[in-house]
Design a protein around this ligand. Sequence first.
Ligand SMILES: Cc1cc2nc3c(=O)[nH]c(=O)nc-3n(C[C@H](O)[C@H](O)[C@H](O)COP(=O)(O)OP(=O)(O)OC[C@H]3O[C@@H](n4cnc5c(N)ncnc54)[C@H](O)[C@@H]3O)c2cc1C
Length: 522
Amino acid sequence: MSLRSENLEKLDGGSFDVLIVGGGINGAVSAAALTDRGLRVALIDRGDFAGFTSQESSNLVWGGFKYLENYELPLVWKLCTSRNHLMRQYPTQISEVGFLATLDRSSPFPPWLAAIGSVGYWAIGRFFTSRPSYFGTDKINEIEPVVNTAGASGAIEYMDAYLKDNDARFVWGFVRSALDGGATAVNYASLAGSNRSANGWEVTVLDELTNTKLDLEAASIVNAAGPFVDGLNEKWDLKTKHRIVYSKGIHLVVPRLTESERVLAFFDDTQRLFYVIPMAHRSVIGTTDTRTEIADEGVNDEDRQFLLDQINSRLNLTSPLTTHDIIGERSGVRPLVVETSGSDHTDTDWTKLSRKHEVETDENARVVSIFGGKLTDCLNVGEEVAEALEELAIPLTDASDDWFGEPSESVRNAFYAEAAKVGLDRAPAVERAASAAEVLWRRHGRAAYQIVRAIEHDPEMGKPALGDSDVLWAEVALMGEREMIATIDDFLRRRTKLSLIYRRDELLAHPDMPRVQQLLGL
Ligand SMILES: Cc1cc2nc3c(=O)[nH]c(=O)nc-3n(C[C@H](O)[C@H](O)[C@H](O)COP(=O)(O)OP(=O)(O)OC[C@H]3O[C@@H](n4cnc5c(N)ncnc54)[C@H](O)[C@@H]3O)c2cc1C
């Protein structure tokens, strides 16, 4: 029986302490944290896990240097703390990276002020990262010749971190942690009906893949529907202190623009920072920050052209980037928190709205709602949701802290030694890591041992699937078994980043695709 069918069976007729609606980062961390605290947890998402906002981020784990512009010191302090915590816990998945911010006519600050700001930011981050630097134009030309320094007055380089794989894979890690702890989790399962009962909630869930309904009971609900949190609360007639407004952001994936692993940062013509971020052998340009009322607006021509114009005028390229150079695109809305009783924000500068999150509890309805939030702050969200459930008098056991983080360095090195025996010490073609073993460990942790065993049994399984991709056949087989892949895009876009770094239509037409689908059970 597939992992998904097994979980559907557990959901049907089940009785849970908590049902989490929404399997983005906030729902996934909540599931992992609450399972760790001894609760019977069910997690559903009407699409794939991380199939909405949590697959559209900039992949940055950061303290929010740019929020200093709005003097949001407490938020930056908190995000730096969370960033440092995540960097310690995920040493292979999250890497420190330099942000080289070139200051030119669009920069709202003179170089001396930006330099002071970067030192202040380093201090707020408790000096956890490498120190910031200031560079004159000659130095910029030397270290990043692709940057057009005509009109530049200098650059600062400050440090933050980024997810080496994608955001959606990071989210999957929490879903897997919840499953390993005994939670029930199902993707493509939507909330079809919910009624208050003496014991909490009676819920009907629709399996979106077979169109069948099933019922369950839950003592409480965590509303982790991201941009849709207000819609669910309205359905339940809940009055909340906070609500969500949307800010749209897009990214374009293009061929590598610089050989270094740095992020290049520039102020766009509206004086807003945007970035060129490394992703395997590609570069990701983004993001934008525009007000919208629509949660699932894709990338439009205007967005695309804006980013291409901005980047073309700030780099020395042999020929300017055009839409033909775009390999993949991302578009999402940041769910930003505002007070329900406050203004309607029609006159607010959208880019200045805070990026903090709020967790609210309705004791009467037994619903905990999560508003906003960043991937960077995810561990705090998990802990805050656990505290909120305690307020509902649901008894929790002590936290073990086993629900997040990678195993220790010595466990990792033991894996590398084992992996080297089957040739996985070679450097991968596109992933820019020291060895294939490092990439496998980063993606699968201890489960990567199963890949080594499969290659020992059949060395052909150690070869890359889909041409020169760094995804091995043994890895495809493991994902088919453990990662609840129900559609090909779950594999291409979320469990891996293949359809971001290669063109999706070419992957689908690849001669290896039928075998990939067979191993995934599709
Ligand atoms: C352009 C952009 C760039 C960003 N960059 C960064 C960054 O670099 N670093 C960072 O830390 N943060 C970043 N963020 C913020 C971060 O990505 C989001 O705040 C976060 O992903 C929100 O997660 P979520 O779980 O609240 O929402 P989502 O990921 O949207 O999850 C909500 C889920 O609920 C499901 N759902 C909704 N209704 C129902 C229902 N009725 N039944 C079942 N399921 C339902 C949806 O399908 C969805 O999967 C960025 C955001 C954007 C848009």
